[in-house]
Design a protein around this ligand. Structure first.
Ligand SMILES: Nc1ncnc2c1ncn2[C@@H]1O[C@H](COP(=O)(O)OP(=O)(O)OP(=O)(O)O)[C@@H](O)[C@H]1O
Length: 331
């Protein structure tokens, strides 16, 4: 569905020395320098995949997405979306894609949301019957009912983002690019938005490329991630694999009745560490260990033999910790 081969984007910048003198000098004697924002990346995304595209600020994520949408022309390399070269056939490409770009809106500021959707229907030439069916579905999943008569400028950020999501999917596009779709939103809206994306993907097989700094978005939506740094791909693979590879550390949370003592069994004490956390009416012990040295089942059975446990849960390593490790240490 999306095919990117050795893609490069260089920006040309005017070289400028600091201060007023520098500004004057650059006016008279212009010198240019090149900045490589995307530096020879290649990847393939199949139909229906939901891929997280992540990296630090300035890594080159937005530049890649702009080339995929056809807004920017690559300096070199190849890009195809559903067989179309986006920058050569922008109009055709626009019909098969949907997008949410963080703070920018694709809705019409001064008119009620309902009319914005009507306009998008006309722009994308969505058949009447399909449009009504889609609107009914979106209104239910994103709870848009009360928002439809309101002009966009009067909506809160969370309300606006729900409408943006609906607008991105309204013509049932093949591919949707989501650039920071949950930025600045409260947890309840984030949950709604993630659920909506999953449901549309399941229903229509929409391919999703998601850029976010919120790792919970990635965990709940994507099974594959591409990590980029300095315009180059650092990692492309399953979320599961990178979690296993990077965070050897596992945690098991054991709950005890309040006042109950906890002892770490001798059989695992040299390879595991226990930390006590007091909660209301309960006590929690977090046992951490490396999964190269111990299995979760060994830890659980040893702890259960020696202690009175009321509940337990195995915690996965958090993806943000892993990404931080990769940024700091490399792969
Ligand atoms: N129009 C432009 N002209 C010159 N340089 C640019 C331009 N747009 C982006 N850059 C530079 O290219 C690099 C990649 O920028 P890009 O916006 O793609 O990063 P990003 O990964 O999307 O970052 P963020 O998470 O902050 O949005 C940065 O160093 C940025 O300063």
């Amino acid at each position: 569905m999306i095919s990117v081969h050795q893609l490069v984007k260089e920006y040309t910048l005017v070289k400028r020395d600091p201060g007023l003198r520098g500004a004057m000098k650059s006016l008279i004697n212009r010198q240019y320098e090149k900045k490589t924002a995307v530096d020879g990346i290649s990847f393939q995304i199949e139909k229906g995949e939901m891929v997280g595209y992540i990296g630090a600020n300035g890594a080159g994520k937005s530049t890649t997405i702009k080339m995929l949408t056809g807004i920017l022309t690559p300096s070199s390399g190849e890009v195809r979306v559903n067989g179309i070269i986006p920058y050569k056939r922008r109009k055709e490409n626009a019909k098969q894609i949907g997008a949410v770009f963080g703070q920018r809106t694709q809705l019409f500021w001064d008119i009620p949301v309902r009319e914005s959707f009507q306009l998008l229907k006309e722009i994308y030439e969505v058949p009447e019957e399909q449009f009504s069916e889609t609107m009914e579905l979106f209104t239910e999943v994103l709870q848009l009912d009360a928002l439809l008569p309101v002009p966009v400028r009067q909506l809160s950020l969370g309300q606006k983002m729900r409408c943006e999501l609906a607008a991105a999917f309204i013509h049932r596009p093949e591919v949707v690019y989501l650039d920071e779709p949950t930025i600045g939103l409260d947890v309840a809206v984030k949950v709604k938005i993630r659920k909506f994306i999953r449901e549309m993907n399941a229903k229509w097989g929409t391919t999703v490329l998601l850029t976010t700094h919120d790792m919970q978005d990635i965990e709940e939506i994507c099974s594959r991630i591409i990590i980029i740094d300095g315009g180059a791909i650092l990692y492309d693979g399953s979320l599961r694999e990178i979690k296993d590879r990077f965070s050897a550390k596992r945690e098991i949370h054991f709950e005890l009745d309040s006042g109950q003592a906890f002892a770490l069994p001798d059989s695992i004490s040299s390879k595991a560490e226990a930390v006590l956390e007091n909660g209301e009416g309960t006590e929690k012990v977090i046992v951490s260990f490396s999964h190269h040295e111990l299995k979760a089942s060994e830890v659980i059975s040893a702890v259960l033999q020696l202690n009175k446990i009321t509940d337990l849960s195995i915690q996965d390593p958090k993806i943000e910790t892993i990404v931080e490790e990769i940024y700091n240490r490399g792969l």
